[in-house]
Design a protein around this ligand. Structure first.
Ligand SMILES: Nc1ncnc2c1ncn2[C@@H]1O[C@H](COP(=O)(O)OP(=O)(O)OP(=O)(O)O)[C@@H](O)[C@H]1O
Ligand SMILES: [Mg+2]
Length: 583
């Protein structure tokens, strides 16, 4: 059944002018004008039968002549003649076409303009039941089963705002908004719905341990090992992740071990490359991995011994070689001292224990199999059939190497998907909360940032082909890498107050929606502007509260200060700071 069945007398106005995708509508009646509001939808007659064009109201004006007359009326109390009707103008941008029937399908919405309206075409309102049915059509979510819903439309609380769950993850998404606008809650809402799907597969990079309260069969929690985990070396079963240093690729190793400002940096990088290859070869030889030996590169995830690497560096650093007359200093004599000291420091730094002091088994090839099986498997592929959504808590990872560690997991997921036989590939979405911290716009000479930007840019550009979706979440879109942002075709924008952030988001919006972005600073907490592949029509959505709420860390200062007694935790804090351990 066609949704739009208007009678001529229901028309609000008629088209006065058309300019590519913008129309000006003349509204004769003031009451009718009141039914038009900015950001509401209108329907326009198309020149093709069985089609209607959909417009988004952008601007409503009443002529100044009319206002003057109204003012006069009040002053003089004189009845004025009826106002000239052609002075009420509404500007709308055309955003798509609704076709009553295409083949066997009824009510098909397309984001293209198959025709433009003719002059004098009639314009109608989309309200009440018509709006509800229209929204249902445009939310045409494929397939049976559970759909992805964010909440309800602000325009019409009775209509549920569904997203196309395929398109949302296929073409990447961003969730942005000023601090406290509701990003983490929105993320929790998406996660909790995904969690109920039997084969869901996602990684959530939880930088502050905010998502701890999210639980259920579809969700598992992991934490990158902190200093407190180094003593009893708990493992995967207890939700503790070790990420041994040999998983880092060459660039990442260099960024960690070589100080760029050192005048010997190029030599040091070269020596690291040479020695790491030697050490990996030695490992493969000792483990009789003939096939791997023939084909591996420096970036291959093959374990090597850090002790052996250091021994070799120390040897080169004092090496004497035969000279013309007597022994002379080797090529690298004394040039590696600072790098060796740096490496020693990192190796013994307890905060980096998850890299350098992981359990003995982590030095085996099979460690990567185990780790990958945990991180890359959907719920139904997990041994216990639980936890396809893996929330990884990075709160104990030192901030200077956070980009290296998050991107390490990003690279691991991407590489495995890339190397998987296409028929066996199971899609995975990476939720990157606080993305500005590890996918920054500029690396600013920081090698760890460069490594991370490179990896996430690659995922943003090529992830779709390999079934890796990104959900970039940030309070500062202007500080998130623009190449990554521009690859994201779905936008969930919550309240944004900063002008720079607004302008970055505006540039990502389709041109025809320029005016829509004016609502960015006035959106309510928990309200979002949703635009993109997954929603067909831009809409304002009130996000439904997730069942389990993330720890958003909002502290009620005044109420706390009002308390007669407060808790004492200062000595404990001093102690924990010294130990670098909260437990
Ligand atoms: N959909 C919602 N409905 C009602 N209240 C909400 C909603 N979303 C968020 N809130 C309120 O706003 C607070 C902050 O939300 P949230 O933690 O999601 O913000 P955020 O955007 O992630 O902030 P930050 O950038 O600081 O992490 C919540 O504690 C909650 O009180
Ligand atoms: Mg948050």
């Amino acid at each position: 059944m066609a949704i739009f069945k208007y009678k001529d007398e229901e028309a609000l106005g008629i088209v006065l002018s058309v300019d590519t995708a913008t129309v000006i509508i003349k509204v004769a009646d003031l009451d009718k004008l009141r039914r038009m509001q900015v950001n509401r939808l209108v329907v326009l007659q198309s020149s093709k039968p069985g089609q209607h064009l959909i417009g988004l109201v952008q601007k409503i004006t009443r002529s100044s002549a009319e206002q003057e007359q109204t003012g006069q009326k009040e002053a003089d109390e004189v009845e004025m003649p009826a106002l000239p009707p052609q002075l009420n103008l509404v500007r709308a941008s055309l955003i798509g076409t609704l076709i009553d029937r295409v083949g066997t399908k009824e009510n098909v919405f397309r984001r293209t303009l198959e025709t433009v309206p003719e002059i004098d075409a009639k314009c109608f309102a989309v309200e009440g039941n018509v709006l509800t049915s229209f929204m249902r059509v445009i939310a045409n979510v494929p397939g049976e089963g559970q759909k992805l819903s964010l909440g309800h439309y602000t325009l019409d609380e009775s209509a549920e705002a569904y997203l196309n769950g395929n398109k949302f993850f296929q073409r990447h998404a961003i969730i942005v908004g000023s601090t406290g606008s509701g990003k983490s809650w929105t993320t929790a809402r998406v996660l909790e719905q995904a969690a109920s799907l039997p084969s869901v597969n996602s990684l959530v990079f939880d930088i502050h341990g905010e998502y701890m309260p999210l639980t259920g069969d579809g969700i598992k929690h992991y934490r990158v090992a902190g200093t407190g985990d180094l003593v009893n070396k708990k493992g995967f079963a207890d939700g503790i992740l070790y990420l041994p240093y040999w998983l880092l690729d060459y660039e990442a190793l260099i960024s960690m071990f070589v100080d760029r400002s050192d005048q010997n940096a190029p030599n040091q990088a070269m020596i690291i490359a040479r020695t790491v290859v030697q050490m990996k070869k030695r490992f493969l030889e000792e483990n009789h991995q003939k096939e791997l030996l023939d084909n591996f590169t420096i970036d291959s995830p093959v374990p090597f011994s850090m002790d052996a690497l250091l021994d070799e560096l120390n040897r080169l650093n004092v090496e004497m070689v035969p000279g013309a007359r007597s022994e002379k200093q080797g090529d690298f004599y004394g040039k590696l001292s600072r790098m060796i000291a740096r490496l020693e420091n990192k190796r013994t730094d307890r905060r980096l224990g998850f890299l350098f002091q992981s359990p003995r088994e982590s030095g085996q090839l099979s460690w990567l199999d185990d780790l990958s099986r945990i991180l890359l498997a959907g719920t139904s592929q997990q041994l216990d059939k639980k936890g396809g959504i893996k929330i990884i808590d990075f709160s104990e990872v030192p901030s200077d190497i956070l980009p290296l560690i998050v991107s390490l997991i990003g690279r691991l997921s991407f590489s495995l998907q890339q190397w998987m036989i296409p028929e066996k590939r199971h899609p995975i979405a990476l939720f990157c909360d606080e993305a500005h911290l590890y996918i920054p716009e500029r690396a600013e000479g920081d090698a760890a940032n460069e490594v991370s930007i490179r990896i996430f840019e690659k995922i943003a550009k090529e992830g779709r082909k390999y079934g890796v979706g990104l959900v970039v979440i940030s309070q500062r879109p202007s500080e998130v890498n623009h190449t990554v942002l521009s690859q994201c075709n779905n936008l969930v924008t919550m309240r944004l107050t900063n002008a720079e952030d607004q302008s970055v988001i505006r540039r990502l919006l389709p041109d025809s929606l320029g005016g829509f972005s004016d609502v960015l600073p006035i959106l309510d907490t928990g309200e979002a502007l949703v635009v993109g592949d997954a929603s067909l029509l831009p809409s304002r959505v009130r996000i439904q509260e997730p069942k389990a709420k993330p720890n958003s860390g909002t502290v009620d200062f005044w109420d706390k200060w009002l308390e007669r007694e407060c808790k004492e935790g200062i000595s404990e804090a001093v102690n924990a700071w010294r130990k670098q351990n909260l437990q």
